[in-house]
Design a protein around this ligand. Structure first.
Ligand code: FE2
Length: 403
């Protein structure tokens, strides 16, 4: 049995000053037998967004979310098609792309989907092994493995298709020490962090949820099982996550050590329109619904984010006053009034507890949003909060006229 926790961290994780112990705590890693892994994944590489205005979105992630700009590609260095800003917080890299050329395929993508995630890129030790496995399991290769080189070295890169128009780029950057990928130049933030604001508001990525069409959840669970050797972690169906109105079903797949976790949702039949249906309608199909970013101090992060104008879903006071909830969650690291003040949700399971909060949609369409999560032993997803969360989402859906 290989102890996956002794495996080395990605360079990004090391650069973020994360230790294995901290990462274990932040995102809830487990041990697994790496030797049996048909599709070894080291960790997240980058989350790539296409947006309507990358220049301003990059500013938003710096000014509101405390990220730092570290690389750039655009017309000034030969990329006449689009602007691309590479931003970092802890071990997470976001890449924000927006069309410059009106004929750019990104402009067309944005017209159809609005702001969204096009690529959930993963760092892997052996791109060719992954692609051979993916092909043998019937996946669609959208970029054949190739070496790309510049003065900083060589990356090995390929990509496979996943749900909707989303892809997983697979990158081996072990022979590369440039700021991101060949074609990018190092860049620095001109944005100056507010005095007193924490150095970073989140350290790592915990999970990314995919929304797929009615009847397709099991197909995509099967895809991750078969193509990428991911294991099933949890499932939430029926009463778990149904409210009187909208409902969904969800299953979670993860790589062997759970560093990469993908919950997959599909709408369930309910009295009114499911929040997943609303997403599918406005995203024009399947896509990434929310990104959960891990923090070791959700109270400080939420305070800073609110101060920067980020809007979160509301939680009614009755949630915190419910004696059943208070009995179930027991003792957490702060008095419950501190959570109530900030509308932070709390859930406990047999392994521990977690604190979490959800933002309103980030863009114009009711599609992609963020979750902040602070884990204390719990490996779950806040199942005990699903009802309160979905009722909050439904209040927003109603305000948008989409319930
Ligand atoms: Fe989540």
């Amino acid at each position: 049995m290989t102890d996956a926790l002794t495996e080395s961290l990605t360079r990004d994780e090391k650069a973020a000053g994360l230790t294995e112990e901290q990462l274990h705590q932040l995102v809830g890693l487990v041990e697994y037998d790496e030797e049996q892994d048909v599709f070894p994944v080291t960790g997240w590489d980058a989350i790539v967004f296409v947006v309507g205005n990358a220049t301003q979105t990059a500013h938003y992630y710096q000014s509101a979310w405390g990220m730092r700009l570290e690389a750039y590609s655009g017309p000034e260095n030969g990329n006449r098609d689009h602007k691309s800003f590479v931003l970092r917080s802890g071990s997470i890299r976001f890449v924000v792309n927006g069309a410059v050329d009106p004929d750019s395929p990104l402009a067309d993508h944005h017209r159809r989907h609005g702001d969204g995630v096009v690529d959930i890129a993963l760092e892997v030790p052996d791109v060719d092994k992954c692609i051979a496995q993916a092909v043998s399991a019937g996946a669609t290769v959208v970029r054949e493995p190739e070496d790309v080189t510049d003065e900083h070295g060589t990356i090995r890169i390929a990509a496979i298709a996943t749900y909707g128009e989303t892809r997983h780029t697979l990158v081996d950057r072990s022979r590369y020490d440039g700021p991101y990928l060949p074609g990018y130049v190092a860049a620095e933030s001109t944005y100056v962090r507010k005095e007193g604001q924490p150095k970073r508001l989140f350290q790592a990525l915990d999970h990314i949820v995919g929304n797929v069409e009615l009847g397709h959840m099991d197909e995509w669970v099967g895809f991750y099982n078969r193509v990428m050797g991911f294991v099933n972690m949890a499932e939430f169906i029926g009463d778990d996550i149904a409210t009187d109105y909208s409902a969904l079903m969800s299953k979670v797949v993860a790589n062997g050590n759970h560093r990469v976790k993908f919950p997959l949702n599909e709408p369930a039949i309910a009295k009114k329109k499911s929040q997943i249906d609303e997403y599918l309608e406005f995203y024009r199909g399947a896509g990434a619904q929310h990104l959960a970013v891990a923090t070791n101090d959700i109270l400080a992060s939420v305070d800073a984010l609110r101060d920067n104008g980020v809007e979160f879903l509301d939680t009614p006071d009755s949630y915190y006053e419910d004696p059943e909830l208070r009995a179930r969650i027991g003792q957490v690291r702060v008095p419950i009034e501190e959570l109530q003040k900030r509308k932070i949700l709390v859930d406990r399971d047999e392994d521990g507890y977690l604190l979490q909060i959800f933002t309103k949609p980030l863009g114009d369409r009711p599609t992609v949003f963020f979750e902040l999560i602070e884990r204390h032993g719990s490996l779950g997803f806040g199942k005990g909060n699903f009802k309160a969360l979905f009722e909050a989402i439904e209040r927003e859906q109603e305000r948008r006229g989409n319930l």
